[in-house]
Ligand binder design. Structure first.
Ligand code: TXA
Ligand code: MG
Length: 333
């Protein structure tokens, strides 16, 4: 196998764009029909002009994502939803008012003008306004929507820093706009508004309870999302090492070749006291927001330690942990 140094000398690196000049360069490339990785408040996305079919095809090619897995279109604030969607229900306006810009994606019926290349051939479209200042400025320069799936190779972990984008997409994309780590670290909540009742098809930073409070009605959240959201199979969001969730007490019987991801101080201390190398024990905050923010970065860093298994301390089953538990379930092999 090639060493990292050998590989780097033959594989073109991903250019890191920074600051004001980087932002303008990213916008210029996007306008020309290139794809560029951009930060959002959830994870880094691989962006392309949603109105340019060849740019969209380049996104699918770079990720090696099947063409029938639709992309989310990111739109500017106060955009007329009628440009992208039709038959927009009143619920969509209420959710947009409450949560945009922010980590909520809505599935709506697509407008005729939207290319089926973006929607994977479906007659629905996923829309969101991201809450990330650089992304929003680029949207205002371009005056169009940007289709952007997470900026990782197909079936791999989503990146929450520019370094992770560069590691995963080297040789596949030309540039990433680096604006530091993402605020949430987990992908947006997706709510389907195309059926008879609103349904959450991917758990995320906006909780079911928050959505129910705005809509003033119960919202369904099925455990299996495979049918409604094709790119969302169980096998997604996986690190290279095998991941296993274990109850706190079971996790305290360590194996030297494993890496550990824990939320309780007692478990972290017990592992260290039993001689597990500190670099193999990642302790994340004992609350879902902080745990979610650090989750992918922790899995990336444990993967780089070449552990044969990542043992994760099973978080509580309560509603607030739904997005974290959803991603852990998918990451488990
Ligand atoms: O936070 C996020 O949502 C990030 C950032 C970059 O915005 N994006 C993201 O994109 O996670 P992606 O492509 O990795 O996941 C989007 C999910 C996929 O599972 C896709 O199948 C689903 O949204 N999706 C998109 N359009 C859809 C549609 N028209 N119908 C059903 N599912 C759709
Ligand atoms: Mg993804």
């Amino acid at each position: 196998m090639a060493s990292a140094a050998q590989r780097d000398s033959v594989t073109p690196d991903v250019q890191r764009l920074v600051g004001e000049r980087g932002l303008i360069e990213a916008a210029r490339r996007l306008r020309q029909g290139e794809c560029v990785a951009l930060p959002t408040e959830t994870v880094y996305g691989l962006a392309a002009d949603a109105g340019n079919e060849s740019a969209i095809r380049a996104v699918f090619a770079a990720k090696q994502r099947p063409a029938n897995h639709p992309l989310i279109v990111h739109i500017p604030p106060f955009e007329h939803l009628g440009r992208w969607a039709c038959d927009v229900p009143e619920e969509a306006c209420r959710l947009a008012e409450a949560f945009w810009p922010g980590p909520l994606t809505m599935l709506l019926h697509k407008a005729d003008e939207v290319s089926p290349a973006v929607t994977g051939g479906r007659d629905t479209i996923a829309l969101r306004v991201p809450a990330q200042p650089e992304f929003l400025r680029i949207l205002s320069f371009l005056e169009t929507g940007l289709a952007a799936p997470s900026a990782n190779p197909y079936k791999r972990l989503s990146p929450t820093t520019a370094d992770q984008v560069i590691d995963g997409m080297r040789g596949r994309i030309a540039a990433v706009l680096d604006a530091g780590p993402c605020d949430h670290g987990l992908e947006s909540t997706i709510v389907d508004l195309t059926g008879s009742a609103p349904t959450i098809v991917r758990a995320g930073p906006i909780t079911r309870r928050e959505i129910e409070a705005v809509l003033n009605q119960r919202v369904a959240m099925p455990r299996s999302h495979d049918v409604a959201v094709p790119g969302n199979q169980k096998s997604h969001y996986q690190p290279n090492a095998r991941l296993k969730r274990l109850e706190s007490t079971r996790l305290r019987e360590p194996s030297a070749s494993a890496g550990y991801l824990v939320w309780s101080s007692i478990t972290a201390r017990s592992l260290l006291e039993q001689g597990i190398e500190p670099a193999r024990v990642v302790k994340l905050p004992n609350e879902p927001g902080g745990f979610g923010r650090g989750l992918y970065a922790a899995l990336h860093s444990l993967d780089q330690r070449a552990v044969d298994e990542i043992r994760v301390e099973q978080p509580p089953a309560s509603e607030g942990w739904a997005a974290v538990n959803d991603r852990l379930l998918r990451a488990e092999s």
